[in-house]
Design a binder for this molecule. Structure first.
Ligand SMILES: *[C@@H]1O[C@H](CO)[C@@H](O)[C@H](O)[C@H]1NC(C)=O
Ligand SMILES: *[C@@H]1O[C@H](CO)[C@@H](O)[C@H](O)[C@H]1NC(C)=O
Ligand SMILES: *[C@@H]1O[C@H](CO)[C@@H](O)[C@H](O)[C@H]1NC(C)=O
Ligand SMILES: *[C@@H]1O[C@H](CO)[C@@H](O)[C@H](O)[C@H]1NC(C)=O
Length: 446
């Protein structure tokens, strides 16, 4: 009798799965933060994340959601869909970036747990998901892979096929049980040769986590904000650390313009005219919200200049979100998920969804895909359809000749046209139920 019921349930479940695939039934996602996002073709994917509302024992999600951005929708009821394939582990604070063919998504770093036991399930710093076969694998790489870390940001240089991930944090959730160690090494992964290498550490910033990294078209990565070593004091957001990927050199620049409030776990996207738009974040040491959550860094002048755009708030917008993802979709900055800070009651967390029109800084509720969304990603398309690493990140051909435009972003990060930005993570709130490992003066932080 019981067995019958279970069998029936299983059948019904699979019918529902099939139905939802065929009809493309959308779902109301759980709230989550520290999710990795990546835009491929016209699908915005969200990998994993943390939520206290998970239906599985772990707070870390193995779910892959996506949103079809080729269709209009309303942010009040966005048509999220769930892939039937999950990540083979719970994943949060990871960075998603594409393979050179754009048919594979790499998931780098972050927390990896068994979703049923909530125990660490680390197997590799890098996993790959093939969009054509739906297979997860651990890629075979050469060179010395970086150690485990999270709360990092990464970028990919579309000219060279090199992915850069600086610093981050290693702690009890990523392999150093009794210590929290901030890092300041520059790790480089070549998506063409699958080789790891190290960048220069001369003049590198102090060990740092929860910053954003944004790659400009001139090959310079701009590091903004975050938290520094020594019990996590905040980084002066007006002091920009720059890494020139062309010559493997670090430098510092004092930004002019508005003196900004420091922040960490914010996000950043690069506009086509090379302004970096940052959003959200929170402050050391009490996770207070920042006053101006939206700010713009103009990189077309030297030194770069901070300004705060006058943007009317939209209804019900929380004071600040942090540990969200930000992705540029054409002329729209998508802000998804994240946490309200300070975190008083996890029950009030929602699957936040805001869209900013970057042309005139207006929040929109109704998303209408623009022709230019597609055009933008195709603008710099090489006439060649070779499979060599095209400098034109956004567009490449897959095996079946179908064009895949890519823009990717991750938690707290984003990419502009052919520019990737990395990720931010923050895991102190991971185990809301029993592991309040918030770094305070008394806890064993660095
Ligand atoms: C961490 O600390 C605990 C308790 O002091 C100890 O038993 C354990 O061996 C330590 N683990 C490592 C990896 O040092
Ligand atoms: C990415 O590719 C486009 C098109 O070739 C180019 O204009 C842009 O400068 C590149 N960006 C970077 C950071 O290399
Ligand atoms: C912002 O710009 C877009 C595109 O030009 C336009 O459609 C929209 O009406 C503008 N919004 C406001 C409030 O001006
Ligand atoms: C692109 O692919 C087509 C069809 O396979 C081929 O005829 C053409 O020569 C290719 N172009 C380049 C520039 O490789």
């Amino acid at each position: 009798m019981l067995r019958m019921n279970i069998n029936n349930l299983i059948k019904i479940f699979f019918l529902l799965v099939i139905l939802s695939i065929e009809i493309g039934q959308s779902l109301i996602p759980l709230d989550r933060y520290s999710t990795s996002s990546i835009l491929i073709d016209k699908k915005l994917f969200f990998f994993g994340g943390e939520t206290v509302h998970n239906l599985k024992p772990s707070t870390t999600l193995d779910q892959i959601l996506y949103l079809d951005v080729s269709k209009p929708f309303n942010t009040v009821n966005p048509p999220f869909e769930e892939l039937p394939n999950t990540i083979p582990f719970g994943s949060s604070y990871a960075i998603a970036f594409p393979s050179s063919q754009k048919n594979v998504i790499y998931l780098f770093g972050g927390i990896t747990v068994n979703v049923n036991t909530d125990l660490d399930d680390f197997k590799s710093i890098l996993h790959s998901y093939n969009l054509e076969t739906n297979q997860w694998t651990i890629p075979t790489t050469s060179g010395i892979a970086p150690g485990r870390r999270r709360e990092i940001s990464g970028v990919i240089n579309n000219n060279t096929g090199k992915f850069y991930a600086f610093g981050g944090l290693s702690d009890q959730f990523t392999g150093t049980p009794n210590n929290t160690i901030a890092l300041n090494d520059m790790n480089i992964f070549d998506i063409n040769t699958l080789a790891w290498s190290k960048g220069s550490t001369i003049n590198a910033p102090l060990p740092r986590a929860d910053y954003t990294a944004t790659l400009l078209s001139n090959g310079i990565i701009v590091f903004i904000g975050g938290r520094e070593t020594n019990a996590f004091r905040d980084v002066d957001i007006n002091q920009l650390a720059l890494y020139d990927t062309k010559v493997d050199k670090w430098s510092l620049m004092t930004a002019r313009g508005v003196t900004m409030e420091n922040r960490f776990l914010h996000s950043a996207v690069l506009t086509p005219d090379e302004r970096i738009i940052i959003f959200g974040g929170r402050k050391v040491p009490n996770d207070d919200p920042v006053l101006n959550q939206l700010a713009v860094l103009n990189t077309k002048m030297t030194p770069y200049e901070w300004s705060i755009p006058q943007v009317p708030a939209i209804d019900n917008m929380p004071l600040t979100t942090s540990a969200h993802s930000a992705t540029l979709v054409g002329n729209y900055m998508f802000i998804n998920f994240g946490q309200i800070t300070p975190i008083t009651n996890p029950q009030i967390q929602l699957p936040f969804f805001y869209i900013l029109d970057i042309r005139n800084f207006t929040w929109i509720i109704q998303f209408e895909p623009e022709k230019s969304t597609i055009d933008t990603t195709s603008v710099n398309k090489s006439p060649s359809n070779s499979t060599s690493n095209s400098p034109d990140l956004p567009v490449e051909k897959s095996d079946n000749g179908k064009q895949i435009g890519i823009i990717l972003g991750t938690v707290g990060l984003s990419i502009g046209i052919g520019i990737v930005v990395g990720f931010l993570g923050y895991k102190y709130y991971k185990k809301q139920k029993y592991k309040h490992a918030i770094p305070t003066a008394g806890s064993p932080t660095i």
